[in-house]
Ligand binder design. Structure first.
Ligand SMILES: [Zn+2]
Length: 106
């Protein structure tokens, strides 16, 4: 039981770090090429922490950055959002690597 508690604490710290890194990535995402590189680096760190601690991507995280190229999404800049009304899908197109994400909407 003691072990489990320790693990929970570590996971909590990991989540706090992820939160902080995403904020830093967001702050850099609107800057120049050097800032964008840093922004990607922060997201890469988020992914590393997430995998290590087996943390699932929250809805918020799913809409925050590209899983494939680690670009932080700024709507209209690094992200294009489109609606597929026929299939009731919201399409997120990463402008950095071109990957298309599909999310259902109501
Ligand atoms: Zn991408």
């Amino acid at each position: 039981m003691k072990f489990k508690k320790q693990k929970d604490v570590r996971k909590k710290i990991a989540l706090e770090r992820i939160d902080l890194l995403l904020k830093m990535a967001k702050a850099k995402a609107k800057g120049g090429p050097e800032d964008l590189k840093l922004s990607k680096r922060y997201v890469q760190l988020v992914e590393r922490i997430r995998k290590r601690f087996n943390i699932r991507r929250t809805d918020e995280m799913k809409r925050a950055y590209c899983k494939q190229c680690c670009a932080y999404w700024v709507p209209g800049q690094t992200l294009k959002a489109r609606f597929d009304k026929k299939n009731k899908l919201k399409l997120y197109i990463c402008q950095s690597c071109g990957k298309v994400y599909k999310y259902p909407y109501k």
